[in-house]
Ligand binder design. Sequence first.
Ligand SMILES: *[C@@H]1O[C@H](CO)[C@@H](O)[C@H](O)[C@H]1NC(C)=O
Ligand SMILES: *[C@@H]1O[C@H](CO)[C@@H](O)[C@H](O)[C@H]1NC(C)=O
Length: 363
Amino acid sequence: MSPTASCPSCCCAAKERRLGTGFAFRLCLLSVTLLLCLQLGLRRSWDAAAVAEHKPQLPPSSRRAGKVNEVSSRRQVTYIRSGRRRGAAEPTCCLQGAPRRRKTIRWHIDLQPWASPTPSLSNEALRLLQYISTAQISCDHMNVKDLPGNPDILKRPWSICLDDRFNLVHQIKSKQCRLYSLGLGGDDNQFEISMANSGCEVHRFDPSIKSAHIQEGQRLWYHRLSIDWRDPNPVIAAHKLHAHTKKLGTILNDFGHHKIDILKADMESAEWKILENLILEDIVGQIGQLVFEIHVHWPGFEVSGNDSTVVRYWYSLLKELELRDFRLFHTYKDSSKPQLFLKREAFNASSCYTLSWVNTRWK
Ligand SMILES: *[C@@H]1O[C@H](CO)[C@@H](O)[C@H](O)[C@H]1NC(C)=O
Ligand SMILES: *[C@@H]1O[C@H](CO)[C@@H](O)[C@H](O)[C@H]1NC(C)=O
């Protein structure tokens, strides 16, 4: 597997010959522990190549062409100031360095009981599919085109809830709204542009853009960052391989943002681990509405176990959101994507669903 895997035993054996056995044994245990920790830290980060490998086949027309040209013609600006490295004269938008809050970090989500006394894929799948096809709360106004300045009909069902009883519509009217949009490039930006036109401050995180921060219009920002579910390993970051990868909590801290009114994510199967990270670090409490495209054609990055275990894990993640008073108000099954569930044509499932939740605790 890894080149370091065989090392602990060989260096321990050598030390044991030189030193007394009791002391050598403790020293050995210590070094094995250290090496194991190092190895855990060095786990390979997922990257764009891996994403491409697992993406279901899409018709070429659904991917937008000419994005690069468009992107490079945008105005290039500096978004945050690093303080130490840049001169004070560079244009900036937002202050960096909100005080870092200490939050209790959990290490595991709580797994729900199996769907049936004897674990089976079909019972797990039917429970999950039932769950993601059922709205838990009604929402009467979901259409972005109802907002002022948006005559267009959106191609994709990125539904947000604009009912009076939820805060979002008021935040938009008073131009106090903030949208974070996570993507991997190549998606259409219609939703982001509409939200910016409606008065939201929009931050689009997309590792495929040409410069670190680009401003397009008064309220629309593009950042060359990809969202990860753990901090990049300092060794790898030092080699600049994954320097553009950050956890959402880290970005919030870096930008000095305390809340996100809408978090939209289309992360090609990285959404499961990202969602887990947001739950474990208790970031979801800072989010008003979630609009996620979820993928079920394969387990997703770093999700392991047999098929029933994977489906139970997905379901448990969604139940964690429910426990935090998030309620599904819209679900959409994408019939244009391959109809696959864990590589099978089964359960009348699609490989891709778009789910929208509102945080009913959001003020
Ligand atoms: C999958 O793994 C779980 C836990 O390891 C086990 O309890 C279950 O029986 C397995 N399911 C199948 C269908 O093999
Ligand atoms: C399969 O899903 C479609 C919607 O995608 C639905 O119209 C149809 O009734 C479903 N078929 C069965 C057998 O459940």
